[in-house]
Write a protein that binds this ligand. Sequence first.
Ligand SMILES: O=C(O)c1ccccc1NCC(=O)[C@H](O)[C@H](O)COP(=O)(O)O
Length: 215
Amino acid sequence: MTVSVKICGLTRTEDMQACAALGVRWVGLVFHLASPRFVKLEQAADLHAAIPVPNEGGPLRVGLFVKPTHEQIAETLRHVPLDILQLYTDEATALTLQARTGRPVWLARGISRTHDLPVSDALDGYVIEAPAQEGDTRPGGLGRIFDWTLTSGWQAPAPWLLAGGLTPENVADAVRTSQTRAVDVSSGVEERPGIKSALLIEKFVKNSQKGACTH
Ligand SMILES: O=C(O)c1ccccc1NCC(=O)[C@H](O)[C@H](O)COP(=O)(O)O
């Protein structure tokens, strides 16, 4: 089994190109102003254009939005033809935005117990990560892990990615323990926020496959 990889929070052309060259399945662009990885629309359009499109073998482009309005997403899509929307919002809003944009929507969900795991199959996917804590300035990209055994044996209602605090060192164990088929990383492959390391991305992609052998 192959484990699919998403690299999130890209801000530089060379990092987009490294992801494409290393066979990363998804690249994430953060449209949340308070993030150190925030990209403006023109910058995002340039990043989008820097790599092959998905039907020519390039990664799918995922846009991250925190409590977005339809207007914000519509304006973003006018500049950047994103393939997938990753939303930090409630499920009802996510469903509305899925219908209004016609784009696949992944809902980010922080979990601290199995009871928190999503049950609805109406969305296109989930990003499962550690729950937000009081004082957090943003809901993701914080390098925080959660108990990976919580998803072991989960009959997920839709495709999902494991996220939060993954690194080249822990990703094989994370895949093995959580039984995920897709992983999502931002800070664990960075030199500093928004600045990725091609070497760390390469190690991450390679090591993510090592946990996949046993399930
Ligand atoms: O990266 C951010 O700054 C960010 C801001 C607002 C919402 C989400 C954000 N990032 C999400 C991600 O990068 C990933 O989906 C995930 O949380 C992994 O992050 P990390 O723990 O840094 O690997």
